[in-house]
Design a protein around this ligand. Sequence first.
Ligand code: AMP
Ligand code: MG
Length: 345
Amino acid sequence: METIIEEYSPGAVARAGEIIRRGGLVAFPTETVYGLGADAMKEDASSKIYAAKGRPSDNPLIVHIADMDSLNVISEDIPDAAYKLAQRYWPGPLTMIFRKKPIVPDMTTGGLNTVAVRMPDCPAALDIIRSGGGFVAAPSANTSGRPSPTCAEHVIEDLKGIIDMIVDGGPVSIGLESTIVDMTGKIPLILRPGYITEEDIRHVAGDVATDPGVLSAVSDKERPRAPGMKYRHYAPKASMVVVEGDNDRVVSYINGRIKELESEGKKCGVISSEDNKNSYICGIIKCAGARNRSDEVARNLYRILREFDKEDVAMILSESFNGGTGSTAVMNRLLKAAGHNIIRV
Ligand code: AMP
Ligand code: MG
């Protein structure tokens, strides 16, 4: 299939909307990561998303909307706390889960009786959602298992020739997927951490809890409640380890380990903080941002993982970016990329 690749413009929005309305697939920017959009109300259109991404069909899609009226069309039993959160954080990087109305096809929700809904804070996304009919299912626009795309080039790498259109709106501003909160229980439950933190939600909605599966390795006992979180997402091709501990010990461990691996002929990569980037003496060093600036690390992480894939490194050693506001989301993605392989030094 020939994939149309166009920069964001009124013409591109009109073409994207038409493709979505007739059941096709369009990748477009949002403020979190690029999404792969299809008409959420059409069973056949949603099913194409799973096929294009190679995504397991029990992994439900987030329905993207552009106005509050649309929320009531697809979901019911919406608690007051959800309206408060929407008022404060929509449009924005917050996905909320509600009981679904029958109008939403099972294919879109992976067979669940709930639906995940988000209103993105990105003009290109909002324009395309409106032009596409108002309800656009859009998971991240990557091949399943690869890091989510943070610029159009990443989407081209994974999906060119497989989908109808890619709208290029430049690099995204956040770089990690939305915070997902289940609003169907007594109190909001965070299923996936993101830019909007537990504290942010508590501030607006009062009581809130986080699913225990979020930062631990997945065990049967603590299986995450967002079906997608059980898969090894965000995975680079290389083996990866996160090194934690006293800063000097971390740097000297990483330097020592890379020397060893390089002597065995293995190419190694380092994900470094700005603070340490001049302290490494070997390996391919990529700086993710200042240690206490999760926003910088979030914007750079997936790009760095993709670059290491291209450079065919055998082993990635990453510093830990724990601490500082918003670090829960960064650590969740970093530990998933590393398959929860942590070394404490
Ligand atoms: P992505 O759009 O690629 O960021 O993936 C969407 C995420 O939302 C996956 O982890 C899904 O499992 C999760 N999700 C979507 N709908 C629901 C739902 N109804 N209940 C729980 N998790 C959901
Ligand atoms: Mg995804």
